[in-house]
Design a binder for this molecule. Sequence first.
Ligand SMILES: CC(=O)SCCNC(=O)CCNC(=O)[C@H](O)C(C)(C)COP(=O)(O)OP(=O)(O)OC[C@H]1O[C@@H](n2cnc3c(N)ncnc32)[C@H](O)[C@@H]1OP(=O)(O)O
Ligand SMILES: O=CC(=O)O
Ligand SMILES: [Mg+2]
Length: 695
Amino acid sequence: MTAAGYVERAGLAVAAPLAEFVEEEALPGSGVAAEAFWQGFAALHGHFTPINRALLARRDNLQAQIDEWHRANPEAGSGAPEAFLREIGYLVPEPAPFRIGTVGVDPEIAEIAGPQLVVPVLNARFLLNAANARWGSLYDALYGTDALDGQVPPTGPYDATRGARVVAAARHFLEAACPLAEGCWADWQGGAPALADPSQLRGMRGPDLLLASNGLHIELIVDRNHPIGAAHPAGLADVRLESALSTIVDLEDSVAAVDAEDKVAAYRNWLGLMQGTLEASFTKGGRTMTRRLEGDREWTATDGSDLTLKGRALLLVRNVGHLMTTPAVLLPDGSEAFEGLCDAAITCLAAMHDRGRNSATGAIYIVKPKMHGPDECAFANDLFDAVEDMLGLPRHTVKIGVMDEERRTSANLAACIHAVRDRIFFINTGFLDRTGDEIHTSMLAGPVLPKERIKQATWIAAYEARNVQVGLACGFAGRAQIGKGMWAAPDRMQAMLEQKVAHPNSGASTAWVPSPTAATLHAMHYHQVSVAEAQAARMGETPAPLADLLTVPLLGDETLSNETIAHELDTNLQAILGYVVRWVEQGVGCSKVPDLADVGLMEDRATLRIASQHVGNWLLHGLVGEREVDAALARMAAKVDAQNFGDPAYLPMAGREDRSPAYRAARALVMQACEQPSGYTEPLLHAWRQRAKAS
Ligand SMILES: CC(=O)SCCNC(=O)CCNC(=O)[C@H](O)C(C)(C)COP(=O)(O)OP(=O)(O)OC[C@H]1O[C@@H](n2cnc3c(N)ncnc32)[C@H](O)[C@@H]1OP(=O)(O)O
Ligand SMILES: O=CC(=O)O
Ligand SMILES: [Mg+2]
C-alpha cells in the first residue's frame, strides 16, 4: 500500500505534489512521456542507490581510518601523512597528463571571463533579479554602496556631490578600459568617439554607444533629458556594465528544502526560468511591481548590421551533493530516495524546456557540490549518462561543474577532472565548505587556528594555486571555467574592489559574488585584467606541493589568550544562531547576519559548517568546555534576538532555550559536531526544520 500523501509510480512512492508537478508542468512539452519518465526514474534509483550508499560508506571508512591514525599518533602534531593516505586509498595515483574533451559550451563559459552570481532557488524575486543581472548600472552600484569611499549614502534625496564623484569614478573606469586616441573622456561631447583601439567600439543605438574590453561589453546611455545626463557635457546618463555572465541557481547550500513541498517549489522556479515564464509580484517602496525576465538587447554594429546581445545571465543549476535523502520520493523498501538522483533527473527534465533561450548550444549546466574524490565524480558522470539516456538527450548534453570543496577532491583534483573529462565545464574553489572539511577531516589532529588565521595558513594558498595550475594543465583555458569562491561580505564593496581583483589576476576566469550589485562592481576587474594573459603566464607552472595542501592549520604549541578564545567562540556561536534561527523557523537558507561588529556577513550552510566544526574542534581539545559553550550560546541568543527585533515572524530564543527548535538545532550542531558526516550541517538542519514545520 502506498503511504498517505504519496502516489505509486513505477514501484516508487512519489509525494503527490511532486508527481503532479512532474506530470502536469515539467513533462508536457518536453517530448518525454510520463510512463517513460517514471520507468527511467525508478531505474535510476534502483541502479544508483546502492552505489551511492557504498560511496558514503567509503567516506565513513576513510574518516574512521584517519581518526584511528590520530588516536594511535597523538603526539604527531600534524595531519595524517601522505604515505598513510596513499596506503588507505585516500590519495590515488595521478592520471597520465590529459586534456579535457568538453565541447558545446556557451561563450560565457569557454571564452569570456567575468563574474558568476549565485542565487537561492526558492526566492523567485531574487531569482529574476539574478537572471537579469547580466547588465547592471555602474552609477547605481557606485552610488548605492560603500565602493567609492567606504561610506554608504545616507537615505534621502539625491546627493549631487556624491553623484559627481560617481560620474568621475565611472569616467576613470572608461579611461582605463576604453582609452581615447586623444584627450580624455571628460572632453567627450557625444557621438562615436575616436578610441585608441577603434575595435572597442562595437555598436550604436541612437546616441547610445556600445563598447567592449576583454570580451565584456559596456553600454553608455546618453539621455540629455535625464537629470544625470542633463548635467553631463555628452548627456551621459548611465554607464551599464555586462555583469553576471553566468548565474548559479542554487538548490544546495543557500536553500532550506526539506520535503516535497520545498523541492517542488524549487523545481518549479527552475522550470519557470527555463521556460522563460517566471514572474514575481511584490511590494517595494510602497509600490506593487511584477518582475519578469529581461529580453535581449538590440544594437546596430559599426558595420551597420544588427547586433543582439543577451539580456540575461547564462543560467547554471547547482544540484545537491551525494549525501542527503528526501522524503519527496520513497524507494520500494520504504526508505527515502537520494536527493541528488532526484535533482539530476528533474532539473534536467526542466532544462529541456530551454530551447536555446538560455544555452545557445543546448547544454545543461549542473554544478555538483561536495564530492569526495574521483570515484564520486565518476559516479556523477555515470548518473548524468543515465539521465541523458532516460530523457533521450545526446551524450554529454549535461555538463558538470565540479566544486573543489572537499579535501579528498583537492588532493586528487586531476583524477577527479579525469573522471568527468568529457563533460566538465568548471572547477571552482568553494573555500568555505573546503575549510569545514579541512577542520573535520583532521578533527583529532589537534586544535585548529582561529577562523581568520585558517584563511592565511599554508594549506589554503596551496589549494587555490593548485586548482588553477591543475585546471590549466588539463586544458581548461578557452574551454571551461576556473572559478574562485564567494565574496561573503555583501555590504563591503570597497574591500571587494580592493581584494577580488586577485581572482582574475590568479588566472581564474570567474569568481562568485553574492548580489547583482557585487557582480557589476566585480566586472570592472575583468576589464582591468586580461584573464587570457594571466592564464598564459601561469601555463606550465609546477603545482604547489601536495605536502603544503596537506598541512593542517593547527594551533600547535601556541597558547591563545582567554580573550581570544572567548571572542572566537562568541563570533562562531552568534553566526550559527543568527543563521540557524532563520533556516529552521522561517525556511530561509541564506541570510545576511550581522557579526559582532555589526558587519553583515553572508551565511549559508558552508559557513555554518565551518563555525560548527570550529566550535566542535575546540570543545574536543578542551580550549572551551561545554558549560562555557552553553553560557555563550545563551548570551548570543539574546544578541541575535535583539538583531531580529521588529521581524514579526521571529520567535525569540532567549528564555525559550529548551523549547526553541532553532536554539536546540544550533546547540546540537556544535555539541554533536564531531559525529556529523564530513561535518555537514544538513542532517541536523533538516531534522529540526521538519520538526518546526510539523509544529
Ligand atoms: C558557500 C556558498 O555556497 S556561497 C553560495 C550561496 N550563497 C548565495 O547564493 C548568496 C546569495 N545572496 C543572497 O541570498 C543575499 O544577497 C543575501 C542573503 C546575502 C543578502 O540578502 P539581503 O540582505 O536581502 O540583500 P540586500 O538587502 O542587500 O539586497 C536585496 C536586493 O538585492 C537583490 N539581491 C541580493 N542578492 C541577490 C542575489 N544573489 N541574486 C539576485 N538578487 C539579489 C534582491 O533581489 C533585492 O533587490 P529587490 O528588492 O529589488 O528584489
Ligand atoms: O560552495 C561554496 C563554498 O565555498 O563552499
Ligand atoms: Mg560549498
